[in-house]
Write a protein that binds this ligand. Sequence first.
Ligand SMILES: C[S@@+](CC[C@H](N)C(=O)[O-])C[C@H]1O[C@@H](n2cnc3c(N)ncnc32)[C@H](O)[C@@H]1O
Length: 333
Amino acid sequence: MNAPASSLSTAETLRSALAGLLDGLPARQATQAVERLIATYRGATPTGAPILRDRADVAAYAAYRMPATFEAVRSALEAFADAVPGWAPGDHTDIGGGTGAAAWAVNATWGGERPVTVLDWAEPALALGRELAAANPALRGTRWHRSRIGSALTLESTDLVTVSYVLNELTAADRAALVDAAAAAARSVVIVEPGTPDGYARVIEARDRLVSAGFHIAAPCPHSAACPIVPGADWCHFSARVSRSSLHRQVKGGSLAYEDEKFGYVAATRDPVTPAPARVVRKPQIRKGQVLLDLCEKDPALGRTTVTKRHGDLYRAARDTDWGDPWPPLPGA
Ligand SMILES: C[S@@+](CC[C@H](N)C(=O)[O-])C[C@H]1O[C@@H](n2cnc3c(N)ncnc32)[C@H](O)[C@@H]1O
């Protein structure tokens, strides 16, 4: 999935806002804050109280995780935007938005200013989100509200709700309450989860609820029928490339300039939608004179197609096609 030109500047603005975050914090202390955070997230979630408790927690989260969650949400939104050409959200609510990665990703995808509301129960995350957003003129008017996800959650009606990397922190009852509240309030809902088998199961659970509520699936699926993946046999996920900051290199070692964030997602809308005819669901295998593409197709079915040199332009397009892209490529892509 190729980033639109305008998104580069949003991504760069975010990167430079994040770079200043750990200034003045000794390298060892920054590393320890990230390690504590990673250990907490490996522990049992959901929790009864916020994991992000203070400024050091949220600074570590933002510096270490926000570039990756931003890129994952941006990839999901680009696929969604492809399925609703000409549409842009008039306003946006991000639930469990933390430091605001999805607000940045919406701005990277559709540009311009719109009313944005970020809801989270962790006050230090909202405070840091507001601080970071000051670097982006389109996000300066964002409303940062403390709100607990649960059966009492009420949302104002909005064009777009995003929920990114949040479902895994909720009980089954709160996950259901959140998706139902989003479906009642929004015309479009985009949910992003880690690209793991458990993340996939939560995405499918949410997808089923959205379809039952009358939504059409815009991406990644080419249809709104049941997912053809046999539960337990495989899981649908994608990959977004993330440049590594010096903090990443410090914590993880090695000298790679990037890493790949694996994520799963569903984008659904009540509006008319043109989903991709098929989507590439694994990294394409490029062999001599042929490209093997694993596709999720409209039927609905999973299948493999082999594109050879004899296919001419289509072969050249297949060589440029990436995991997560529509197939065949959209006109002009
Ligand atoms: C992994 S972070 C993701 C943050 C952000 N959406 C992103 O993609 O970077 C999970 C967020 O969900 C919030 N959260 C978890 N449980 C919540 C609840 N019950 N009510 C409100 N927010 C919650 C956390 O405070 C945290 O900011």
